[in-house]
Design a binder for this molecule. Structure first.
Ligand SMILES: Cc1ncc(COP(=O)(O)O)c(C=O)c1O
Length: 483
């Protein structure tokens, strides 16, 4: 199993030793820490498939972030931060057990082995299928996790808003796909300046209307970027979200964009995750039909503008990426680059994605993903025999796709806790969870209950620091989330 080592991700895929210049990048790192990082990297490299080098500017900024003391205002870190300070680097060096580390609860953790499994499994799936992956960065908003995805060959990082794009750009990410329309004039002007300042920066955004094209063209005209902004024509579906509803409309939008001097049409985009049917079979049939439509339009656009160098077709969240991949790479498809944008696969879950994803649906050849997120909550009270109140609630965990599920107990005094089979969370308040359990269960105030979650996006957005645990419940690292 490949292990995580964020700064060490910059090591060369073809050499055991950090490249010249990379060691220099570690100038701010102590020799002891650097040795530790390097040893971790060696182990990681020998266990991983090909690793890609992180752009030096991203590596540099992550190194700085890694040394930053966590503020006492971060959930879980108040006692640690006031007791002398803690950073990702110091936590990784100390490797305390979750119970001994001095966290306050609730606390959201990432299981390191599950996380690295998911990143590697999805990368391998895409490589086998001949598709690229621009993981959706809105899921975790974590530059460290996005960096890990890049080192596993991700083509770029997807974002949903210009603000998210700016957050990733602040860490130097060189290729960002804004999977949304951009009509924010301040955002467009900023993007133009960023494109002008760095010829190595590549950005994409969506268009789905003549008005949208006109806004981009006007603002880019006022703020010349010295090169054209790459746009993807978004295709929508009835009752769906953004995106052209008709093929004729999509072609008109593409034509309008290509006649500007500020935009270049790089392909088509769609999102199948919002498609619904009366049954799973009907949903999958509709998803497949939507993808065929995308594919046909990509071909039509390519024929209409044979001079365009870049031809992209992008779709694919974490629910139906198998169908997307199959349809967009089917024999006879136009020669286009297929880019998936899956995000939730990164942490997967014990609920929604666990059942709807390709592996959850029992698809052969689906990447085997493992739930990585665990919310740790303390038992506050056992006011009735069959009820325990936990100190975590809607402020800490998503509940839009199902309530958390009890996984494990870490008793206050150490040792193994009771099995959680048959236990159920039935309700969440803002800061409390109602756990129904066997009245005889040996669960007492102060014990920790580990909860699996459903829907990573609405859990992760409640946290700005994520603690990484190994399989022995030791804290092995920490990553940041910029929500
Ligand atoms: C446009 C778009 N692309 C990709 C994704 C990623 O999907 P998932 O969260 O299922 O991985 C989303 C998620 O909302 C999305 O809105």
């Amino acid at each position: 199993m490949q292990r995580i080592s964020f700064p060490a991700l910059v090591t060369s895929p073809v050499s055991d030793r950090p490249r010249r210049g990379i060691a220099g990048d570690c100038g701010g790192t102590s020799p002891v820490t650097f040795c530790y990082i390097w040893m971790k990297a060696r182990r990681a490299r020998s266990e991983a498939a090909v690793r890609h080098r992180l752009p030096p500017e991203v590596a540099e900024r992550l190194r700085t972030l890694r040394e930053c003391p966590v503020e006492p205002t971060e959930k879980g870190f108040g006692s640690l931060a006031t007791a002398g300070g803690v950073s990702a680097a110091s936590l990784a060096a100390a490797r305390p057990s979750i119970r001994a580390a001095g966290f306050t609860y609730p606390l959201l953790t990432l299981r390191e082995t599950a996380l690295t499994n998911n990143i590697a499994a999805m990368a391998a799936y895409c490589a086998r299928a001949g598709v690229a992956l621009a993981p959706h960065g809105k899921t975790a908003m974590s530059p460290e996790l996005a960096a890990l995805q890049l080192t596993h060959g991700a083509w770029g990082i997807t974002v949903a808003t210009i603000g998210q794009l700016q957050a990733y750009r602040a860490f130097g990410f060189p290729r960002l796909l804004l999977a949304n329309e951009l009509v924010d004039e301040a955002g467009i002007a900023w993007l133009a300046a960023e494109l002008a300042a760095d010829p190595g920066f590549e950005a994409y955004c969506y268009i789905d209307s003549l008005d949208g094209v006109a806004i981009l063209d006007r603002v880019l005209g006022q703020h010349p970027a010295a090169r054209r902004l790459k746009v993807l024509v978004e295709i929508g579906h009835a009752d769906g979200r953004t995106g052209c509803r008709s093929d004729a409309g999509a072609l008109a939008v593409a034509e309008a964009a290509s006649t500007t001097g500020t935009l270049i049409v790089a392909g088509v985009a769609g999102y199948e995750g919002s498609i619904r049917g009366d049954s799973q079979t009907q949903t999958l049939t509709r998803v497949a039909a939507f993808c065929r439509r995308l594919r046909a339009l990509a071909g039509t656009l390519a024929e209409a503008d044979p001079g365009t160098a870049e031809r992209i077709v992008t779709a694919g969240g974490s629910a139906y990426f198998d169908v997307v991949t199959r349809e967009l790479t089917a024999p006879g498809a136009a020669a286009v680059q297929v880019i998936l944008r899956s995000g939730a696969y990164l942490t997967y879950d014990h609920g929604f994605y666990g059942t709807i994803s390709p592996a959850g649906r029992g698809e052969a050849d689906a990447p085997v993903l493992r739930p990585a997120l665990e919310l740790w909550a303390q038992v506050l009270s056992r006011p009735e025999p069959g009820l325990a109140l936990l100190g975590a609630g809607r402020r800490d965990v998503g509940f839009d796709q199902g309530l958390p599920v009890p996984l494990r107990v870490l008793p206050r005094g150490g040792g193994n806790g009771p099995a959680t089979a048959g236990w159920k969370l039935t309700e969440l308040n803002d800061q409390h969870a109602y756990l129904r359990l066997d009245p005889e269960a040996a669960l007492a105030p102060g014990d920790l209950v580990g909860l699996g979650i459903s829907h990573p996006c609405t859990t992760l957005d409640k946290w700005r620091t994520l603690v990484l645990l190994n399989d022995d419940d030791l804290v092995v690292d920490m990553v940041h989330a910029f929500f």
